[in-house]
Write a protein that binds this ligand. Sequence first.
Ligand SMILES: O=C(O)[C@H]1O[C@H](OP(=O)(O)OP(=O)(O)OC[C@H]2O[C@@H](n3ccc(=O)[nH]c3=O)[C@H](O)[C@@H]2O)[C@H](O)[C@@H](O)[C@@H]1O
Length: 404
Amino acid sequence: MKQLNRQSSLSKQHRPHHHRLSLSRSLASCLLREQRLLFVLLGFLLASSFFLLYPSLTPHPNTLSSSARDTIAARIPRGGGASSVVSAAARRLPVGVRKPSLRVVVTGGVGFVGSHLVDQLLAGGDSVIVVDNFFTGRKENVAHHLSNPRFELIRHDVVEPILLEVDQIYHLACPASPVHYKFNPIKTIKTNVMGTLNMLGLAKRVGARFLLTSTSEVYGDPLEHPQKESYWGHVNPIGVRSCYDEGKRTAETLTMDYHRGAGVEEKRSIIKVQHYVLLKMPHLQTLRKQPMTVYGDGKQTRSFQYVSDLVDGLVTLMESEHIGPFNLGNPGEFTMLELAQVVKETIDPSARVEFKPNTADDPHMRKPDISKAKSLLHWEPKISLKQGLPRMVSDFQKRIMDEK
Ligand SMILES: O=C(O)[C@H]1O[C@H](OP(=O)(O)OP(=O)(O)OC[C@H]2O[C@@H](n3ccc(=O)[nH]c3=O)[C@H](O)[C@@H]2O)[C@H](O)[C@@H](O)[C@@H]1O
């Protein structure tokens, strides 16, 4: 009996130990069960990330080779700033992952900005289709790509619909200088409205990204200085320039409406807008040995951007996940008289200035605020007016030679 009691007291003494043991066992088995689940989850994650990354890791025949990168670098003197494009592209892609080749449409691609953009896209390994009606653009601007199998040139007016299978659309087609857009104002507004509608319709149908090149003219004669993207502008809606200013503003409205609508109907379509301040320098007149025309008293201010900086900004914006508008301009502000002086100093000290009466609704000042592009796109122009002018001389001299 004593023994029995001792045993029962012993078993009582051992019970907490047993209890702890069984507790830790059940805890261990529970952990093991959970770990199993953890291992299953880990395996699933590894497998899915492998399959997601696999297509981009597979080398594509058209992906950027080191020699293609050299080609970009070799173009820097002509376009300038291309090295920053390579670094901008590299910034967004993980190490070892190459940019897949895309099919890209550039409307207005034989124009001044368009042709420099085409150079860069082809150098980056993309396939490019240019759609242009040759209103102001010239075939010579893209002649060096005609034998490239990744390049296609279509003579087409964007006011008519066009069907293409593409991944990205850069919509640049538009008469751009006052002389050209005032030449046929009805056609100018038709191009901006119907042309933009047609290209947006295409973007929606094929799920392509869309980028509209707007203009700083949407700010009109601004009452805010410098101009932020949030500024609504001060535009004469019935003046002689409104076919262009209001045309581009409507094009922006359409783009944002398609973006908002497309967010519901077509999730793949990411629509972007941008403004920029134009650079077309230097005065071709100086190179042609003609006097430089300065309208009004020449005290109106403008900002001038070197074309490669702009192209860099356009590509960076298209590749990013941000929706516009973005000011892609150079905040350096000059009066027209200061510009004429810089042109004289850098191109021809004997160049003369000829004053002419100013055109109606000419803006008094223009300077973009680019803080949004700087903080979100990590983009800013690199080439100043003084650095840009000499670089452009050889390019423009070649254009003048081609004209003869
Ligand atoms: O903000 C600006 O100043 C302009 O900058 C660029 O224009 P840009 O390259 O300077 O001017 P052009 O060399 O005249 O290029 C315009 C291109 O559009 C083409 N275009 C013009 C009119 C038209 O109806 N369809 C069309 O395809 C022209 O043939 C030309 O190739 C952009 O293409 C314009 O959208 C923008 O308005």
